[in-house]
Design a binder for this molecule. Structure first.
Ligand code: PLP
Ligand code: COI
Length: 358
């Protein structure tokens, strides 16, 4: 494993005094991790340095052609004082799938995790203490060749920054209102929807903005060909609870394989629920709502945790779910996942590990 240089800040920043006002992703810790890659030298010059703006050539490839991908995971300060990561190897595996798709070099997962743990160790006092708060971890990889011809960058940077966070949605665990998008599309099979390419998020902003103007927190994307099958929400996978089964859209190439999604499926199955991954049309959802079969719906994601959906708006028709209240299964899965993450309940699947190396 290559050497990791560490330069500590001489000017530590003030930590947030009121953890109830953290919000999401606006405050960053004292240090950041960087490593460079070139075709000639491979990955080199791994370093943790004081958090600071980057100097970048105006011709950098990532700025012009979006050759950039990212990950998102969290470190949790447990009720027992232990700081935990939740299935971090899955994030670094997925980061490499994203890198491959975007012609970026992959990173050795064990080395990435080692560097992350060192960064957390240095900035551990930034991890908030209040219920529901955590340290959001943002690894990202981007091309910085200075050449505006369209090409895969030879010079690439992998970085990790850290942000103490509260709830992703201002409403917290209260049900969110979702707009079912029928005009704009997010991803198509063969494209980049299954990876965390920065571009996926850039192209979703317009629909998100228009839904926001109508009073909705997020859009629910439909498939790009028929505008019929449910895919996912901007930052979450989705689950619909019917009478006899819980359905989540199958992974068919245009939606992200969420780590919270896979954990939710496993936990629900372990509890004895029938969880099915299949194509699910918006018409089936509307029909099930009309005949009383649709009980609850929720989204899953690292940032959003488990987020109940209170209302769906499809073509102007409003579907209220579970009377706009959080449903029984949604609450169960929220309690179970967060219980494991904050060390409140036993982690029977061995999904968590210490965020700091011994
Ligand atoms: N879908 C999209 C588009 C996302 O950005 C995210 C967040 O990472 C998810 C789903 C949920 O994925 P995960 O549970 O791995 O955070
Ligand atoms: C995450 O949940 O980690 C995400 O990456 C969502 C992000 C778009 C805020």
């Amino acid at each position: 494993m290559q050497n990791l240089k560490i330069e500590l800040t001489k000017n530590p920043k003030q930590k947030p005094a009121d953890e109830s006002k953290l919000g999401f992703g606006r405050i960053f810790t004292d240090h950041m991790f960087l490593i460079d890659y070139t075709g000639e030298k491979g990955w080199h010059d791994a370093r943790i340095v004081p958090y600071a703006p980057l100097e970048m050539d105006p011709a950098s490839v990532c700025l012009h052609y979006g050759q950039s991908i990212f990950e998102g995971l969290k470190a949790y300060r447990g009720v027992d004082g232990k700081i935990r990561l939740f299935r971090p190897e899955k994030n670094f595996e997925r980061m490499n799938i994203s890198c491959e798709r975007m012609c970026l070099p992959t990173v050795e997962p064990d080395f990435a995790l080692h560097c992350l743990k060192k960064l957390i160790e240095i900035d551990q006092d930034w991890i908030p203490h209040s219920d529901g708060t955590s340290l959001y971890i943002r690894p990202f990889v981007f091309g910085v060749d200075k050449q505006v011809g369209v090409h895969p960058s030879d010079h690439v940077i992998f970085m990790i920054i850290l942000s103490p966070v509260g709830a992703y949605y201002a409403s917290g665990l209260n049900p969110v209102k979702i707009y079912v998008e029928e005009n704009y599309v997010r991803a198509v099979r063969g494209g980049t929807g299954f990876v965390k390419a920065a571009a996926n998020y850039a192209i979703s902003l317009k629909a998100q903005q228009e839904a926001g103007e109508k009073g909705y927190s997020q859009v629910l994307w439909l498939d790009a060909i028929e505008h019929k099958y449910v895919e996912e929400v901007g930052a979450m996978n989705v689950f619909f609870v019917f009478d006899d089964e819980i359905v989540t859209p199958e992974l068919q190439g245009s939606i992200l394989s969420g780590i919270t999604r896979m954990s939710t499926i496993e936990l629900l199955r372990q509890k004895g629920h029938k969880v099915v991954e299949r194509r699910l049309s918006i018409d089936e959802i509307c029909e099930a709502h009309k005949n009383g079969r649709l009980k609850e719906a929720f989204g899953s994601g690292t940032a959003a945790v488990i987020s109940p959906m209170g209302e769906l708006n499809y073509k102007g028709e409003k579907i209220t779910l579970n009377g706009g209240e959080i449903g029984e299964i949604t609450q169960y899965i929220y309690d179970e996942l967060t219980g494991i993450q904050w060390g409140k309940i036993e982690d029977k699947n061995n999904w968590t590990e210490s965020a700091i190396e011994n």
